[in-house]
Design a protein around this ligand. Structure first.
Ligand code: HEM
Ligand code: HEM
Length: 135
């Protein structure tokens, strides 16, 4: 598994590119019709993922746990699904509303997992086996 802080920043920058592309398209076309997807791609994608990545960089022992990998997969999948479905919803595909709802709940699950990691104990490194152990 690659370093999760790097993974978060690499994922976050992709969402910033998408979010800014939506913003520029709105600005240039003069049609401000995808504000919701633009705001959330930037804020859930770029800003929040960068904050998660920063936390994992500051807490490398926590970043190595299997649960941190599951947290990343859950949150990133939720935001990716939400970005695409919310964008299409705003572009008139009303039938996608349930997908937006489910993806929002996946995002929420990823945030709850992150809260568990933040409030969880710091694992200690085992110098003999080179693995992270819990207290
Ligand atoms: C080149 C970059 C960007 C462009 C051209 C751009 C453009 C826009 C436009 C045209 C709107 C609609 C404004 C309106 O009609 O009220 C908007 C709204 C918004 N943008 Fe951006 N944006 C950019 C980057 C960002 C970034 C990086 C973020 C967040 C990190 C962001 C967050 C928001 C938010 C939260 C709103 C909604 C504001 C509200 O509710 O009134 N934007 N942006
Ligand atoms: C699963 C998580 C989230 C859901 C389901 C959600 C849902 C919503 C909804 C329904 C609106 C009103 C949109 C409208 O009236 O057009 C909204 C607006 C907004 N949300 Fe969120 N939100 C979430 C997370 C966040 C987060 C984490 C941030 C900031 C870091 C954020 C920032 C904003 C902003 C700035 C607006 C106003 C801009 C706009 O009109 O789209 N949201 N959100």
């Amino acid at each position: 598994m690659p370093n999760i802080a790097h993974l978060y920043f690499r994922t976050a920058i992709v969402f910033l590119l998408l979010g800014v592309a939506m913003g520029l398209h709105m600005a240039m076309s003069g049609q401000h019709n995808v504000i919701g997807p633009h705001a959330h791609t930037n804020l859930l994608g770029w800003v929040t993922m960068a904050l998660f990545g920063g936390y994992y960089a500051l807490n490398p022992a926590k970043a190595e746990s299997r649960f941190a990998g599951i947290q990343y997969m859950t949150y990133a999948t939720g935001v990716a699904l939400m970005t695409v479905s919310l964008y299409l919803l705003y572009r008139g595909y009303a039938s996608l509303e349930p997908v937006v709802a489910v993806s929002s709940l996946i995002v929420l699950a990823g945030i709850v997992m992150f809260a568990v990691i933040v409030f969880g104990r710091e694992p200690v490194a085992n110098p003999v086996r080179g693995e992270a152990l819990r207290h």
